[in-house]
Design a binder for this molecule. Structure first.
Ligand SMILES: C[S@@+](CC[C@H](N)C(=O)[O-])C[C@H]1O[C@@H](n2cnc3c(N)ncnc32)[C@H](O)[C@@H]1O
Length: 257
């Protein structure tokens, strides 16, 4: 099994994860965070029809702690390995990562570190933006955060040098908003921006994906699954076991390029 990260990236990741866990436990206990992880998993997979996915995901201290320490830890690793698929030449062109629906900043931090780029982060949750600022700082990344609702809040002037990173956010948008969001991302890509879009591997968690697949092809962008068998960080392996969830292999659907 492959190590989850190597060298300086691993040191920075371990320090970030350890300090994030220490901010939540205490005052919370491990069982409270585990309960939050189970509730989030059930929300995204089984209870998504009830709507308002984003706000419901951030309700309650246990869910927030699970989001910041467990899912963020996993999302960082997926985004890091997805960035490897971009290739050295493309990564070296990126000067700014636009972290769309940044949550606690895991995807932007991974892409910003992999590309050595600054960050512009957008989310509609003030709590998430506060967490994201801590995450980018933990990786020594220059970052600006902005409270914004997608797709309306997408920055207009995106193009060459930008990597538009949308991690696990597209499935939270309603049908009309998602169409406008994807239209804007593909238009930015035609202007020369790069795209990293990450969604859950499970079909029911990304119901829109198969309908849009012909468009990916028409836009000439590679849609691929990521499946990596990684030796996971101890905290994540412990939470996986306690919550009855498995991230071996670590998987996601990707649009990269
Ligand atoms: C599942 S989280 C993913 C966060 C982060 N990208 C990651 O991968 O860890 C989705 C995030 O998108 C944000 N979000 C959902 N819908 C949004 C919208 N319409 N505009 C802005 N942010 C939104 C939520 O507040 C939440 O922080």
């Amino acid at each position: 099994m492959e190590p989850y990260l190597h060298g300086a990236a691993r040191d920075a990741y371990d320090a970030w994860l350890e300090s994030t866990v220490a901010r939540f436990i205490p005052p919370l206990t491990f069982p409270e965070v585990r309960k939050g992880a189970v509730a989030l998993s059930s929300l995204y997979v089984e209870r998504r029809e009830a709507g308002r996915l984003g706000p419901r995901a951030l309700e309650g201290r246990g869910k927030r702690a699970a989001f910041a320490t467990y899912y963020a830890g996993l999302h960082f690793l997926v985004a890091w390995h997805a960035c490897e698929l971009l290739g050295d030449a493309a990564r070296s062109e990126v000067t700014r990562v636009v972290d769309l629906g940044c949550g606690t900043g895991a995807v932007g931090a991974a892409a910003g570190s992999a590309c050595t780029a600054r960050i512009l982060a957008l989310d509609r949750s003030g709590w998430a933006l506060g967490e994201a600022r801590r995450t980018y700082a933990a990786f020594g990344l220059e970052a600006r955060t902005r409270r914004a609702s997608l797709p309306a809040g997408l920055p207009r002037e995106t193009g060459p040098g930008d990597l538009l990173a949308a991690g696990w956010v597209t499935n939270e948008l309603g049908d009309e908003a998602r169409t406008r969001f994807l239209d804007a991302l593909f238009a930015a890509r035609r202007r020369g921006a790069r795209l990293l879009l990450i969604e859950p591997l499970a079909g029911p968690a990304s119901p829109w994906w198969k309908d849009e697949a012909p468009r990916f092809e028409a836009e000439g962008i590679a849609a691929r699954p990521l499946k990596k068998s990684l030796a996971l960080p101890a905290w994540i392996a412990r939470m996986d076991k306690a919550a009855g969830l498995s991230h071996r292999p670590l998987g996601a659907r990707l649009l990269v390029g």
